[in-house]
Write a protein that binds this ligand. Structure first.
Ligand code: WTA
Length: 648
């Protein structure tokens, strides 16, 4: 029998069904009020119930704006919480179902015990290579179980991991390794993507030049299919080291505030910033948001489609799920490869109950003939999730009706790399589930919409989304070695006691938030965070280019894509060749995801009198908006007509 987990309300609003309410960990509205009476106490209770501590904290929350700490004095280990503590009850339970991209290849199944053994062994490998507590280890791996094993092994010995998305270029890898002074890197020979073999080791070799990396561990993912060069004394095969490694490594007792990982993310300057997450606070939020948002129970199988190179992969493709002792599905390849319904096949094959993906993927699925979905049995699904960008109504309804068959709550989760875990969304046992609305602040957290002067906006009035203290436990603890940028980015707009998210939003009178997009120069391309400044920086490194402005252009599937306006240096003429080279610059310094969809060669760009490019105007021109807003500060109005001509 197929259970209905939602019921229909009026006016396109959906509510949890009786069955959902009964099953859900939280189904009583009161939770919001109670949590907010004393958020610190609330989180303390959650920390105690959800996480195993070696030593209890002395002080739950300490604020020294713009910094704050949670569970001060507490000691724990993230890998212990994801593995050791499950062994008694869940020794033979599946922790990871791994699905390779090639269909003819067999997948891998790792039970909690198997994963535990591998993590212990690899922790010993790391130690033997010389990794010490507090050292930074770079992880540049495809979506294979070794990526999770590496993360947990770092956590086990108290090393800090910094995962770099495998599709990022060697240049992108390089600056991340340089900024963190990493001495170790874990990578693979290669992997499959859309049926092609990608040589990752080659990129890794290039990326570690001019860094402090001394030792490289290489996973044999492709084996005989790809020959890679290994440097004696620097490069080691994973399997050879593992063969000799001991079976147990005692988990390091870490302070709650010790850094668990650094994850780089794009901001408004040319260089990505290293976002710091601590151990205790992060884990508490990861555990509880995973449990409540996706209503994880013993029989759940969750598939989060995000790559581990992004925060979503960290929290809901690793820590949050494993800390809960649930089963996760990990998939190596493209969701629509070799056929557009590969993702349906995977849901069907493993009996996925929670499917968490991004609007860009949903729009791509929806574009294909709806019958593809009907070919598969998706009745195992209980909960659907969306993340990464604003989800439009059509995509929401398609996902809800065609994939969830109108049975499953669709949880639209708003959060950021900086917040560590989800913060604004409806809870499956409480609802409501409304297209385009993320929902309310997670119990124990508070958000508000402020106008430019810091005044609270009225319901339905658009403004800037902020978080109010006490800040959620999973929030960033700073930017790696960059205090100034930390203050400037998050704590200057409204002062040191209000966290500025850089997102626009409004809310209804019941406190349900509707997000309207970034208010800074960050784009969301297919849900991936890319900064215009970073891309401009990459493109202007080309010898023929004098100046470049990047703006996002609306795109049916990807949400938005970057377009480049380029001014050439004297003596250079626009050509198809140069256009290709502009695109190549993006690939070289960032990766294929940052490729400009269009390149326009222009003579002039709209600028202020002080010479600042007015991207706001370009953005509107690209989106074919007639109303361009305030042009009073524009120094060269004639540039606008010329750009209009080029665009038409
Ligand atoms: C956007 C991803 C609308 C937002 C977890 C945020 C969203 C940025 C949503 C962070 C959502 C994320 N609705 N917008 N449900 N989720 N965003 O750091 O602009 O890759 O600031 O973290 O994505 O992107 P990041």
């Amino acid at each position: 029998m197929v259970i209905k987990w939602v019921k229909k309300g009026r006016g396109g609003i959906y509510w949890p069904s009786k069955a959902m309410k009964k099953r859900a960990w939280v189904s009583d509205e009161k939770i919001y009020k109670e949590a907010n009476k004393n958020p610190i106490k609330f989180w303390e209770k959650l920390a105690k119930e959800g996480i195993t501590w070696f030593k209890k904290w002395k002080k739950a929350y300490v604020e020294k704006p713009p910094y704050f700490k949670w569970f001060v004095g507490g000691k724990l280990n993230a890998s212990f919480n994801c593995l050791d503590r499950h062994l008694e009850k869940r020794r033979n339970k599946v922790a990871i179902f791994w699905e390779p991209e090639p269909k003819e290849e067999r997948g891998r199944v790792l039970t909690y015990y198997e994963l535990y053994k591998q993590v212990n062994k690899f922790a010993n490998v790391l130690k033997k290579l010389g990794v010490k507590k507090g050292d930074v280890v770079g992880i540049y791996l495809p979506m294979i179980p070794e990526a999770i094993i590496s993360m947990l092994a770092c956590a086990r010995i108290g090393a800090i991991h910094t995962v770099v998305f495998s599709a990022f270029s060697s240049e992108a890898l390089k600056i991340r390794l340089q900024d963190t002074d990493a001495k170790f890197l874990i990578t693979a020979d290669g992997y499959y993507r859309r049926g092609k073999i990608i040589n990752l080791k080659e990129k890794a070799d290039e990326g570690i030049k001019e860094t402090k990396v001394e030792k490289v561990v290489v996973v044999r993912r492709l084996g005989e299919k790809l020959e890679v060069s290994m440097k004696e004394g620097r490069d080691y095969w994973w399997d050879e080291l593992m063969k000799k490694a001991k079976d147990y490594y005692k988990p390091a007792s870490m302070r709650s505030e010790d850094i668990l990982f650094i994850l780089f993310s794009s901001g408004t300057t040319g260089r990505p910033k290293g976002i710091i997450h601590d151990t205790g606070g992060y884990l508490v939020q990861a555990y509880w948001t995973a449990k409540w948002n996706f209503d994880l129970h013993e029989d759940d199988i969750m598939w989060c489609t995000a790559d581990l190179g992004w925060i979503t992969g960290h929290t809901y493709g690793c820590y949050g799920i494993l800390a809960n002792g649930a089963t996760l599905v990990m998939y190596e390849g493209a969701l629509d490869w070799p056929e557009p319904d590969r993702w349906c096949e995977i849901i069907d094959k493993y009996g996925v109950t929670v499917f968490y993906t991004a609007p860009t993927a949903i729009r791509m699925f929806a574009r294909y003939d709806g019958r593809l979905v009907k070919k598969h049995d998706l009745s195992s699904l209980r909960i659907l999730g969306s993340v990464g960008e604003v989800i439009n109504k059509e995509a929401w309804l398609w996902f809800f009706k065609e994939v969830g068959k109108g049975r499953c709550p669709l949880i639209d989760t708003w959060w950021q790399t900086e917040t560590g875990g989800t913060l604004i969304n409806a809870l499956p046992g409480i609802g409501p589930f409304v297209p385009c609305f993320a929902g309310r602040s997670f119990p124990g957290t508070r958000h508000e919409v402020l106008d430019e002067n810091g005044k609270v906006c009225k319901p339905y009035q658009e403004g800037n989304l902020v978080q109010l203290p006490p800040f959620a436990p999973g929030m960033l603890r700073g930017l790696y070695k960059n205090h100034e940028r930390y203050v400037k980015t998050y704590w200057s707009k409204y002062g040191k006691k209000i966290y500025f998210t850089s997102d626009g939003a409004w809310k209804d009178e019941k406190g349900n938030f509707r997000l309207t997009g970034r208010v800074d120069d960050v784009m969301k391309v297919a849900g991936h965070r890319i900064s215009t400044a970073e891309l401009e920086d990459a493109i202007t490194r080309h010898y023929a280019i004098a100046e470049c402005a990047i703006v996002p252009m609306p795109h049916e599937i990807k949400g938005e894509v970057p377009v480049a306006f380029v001014i050439l240096k004297p003596g250079f003429q626009p050509s198809e060749n140069l256009e290709r080279e502009v695109v190549k610059q993006a690939e070289k310094y960032i990766g294929p995801i940052a490729r400009p969809a269009k390149v326009f060669f222009v003579q002039d760009l709209p600028k202020t009198r002080s010479g600042k490019i007015m991207r706001r105007i370009l953005k509107k021109l690209v989106a074919r908006e007639k109303e361009l807003g305030d042009l009073s500060t524009l120094a060269n109005p004639e540039s606008i007509e010329k750009i209009r001509e080029i665009l038409s």
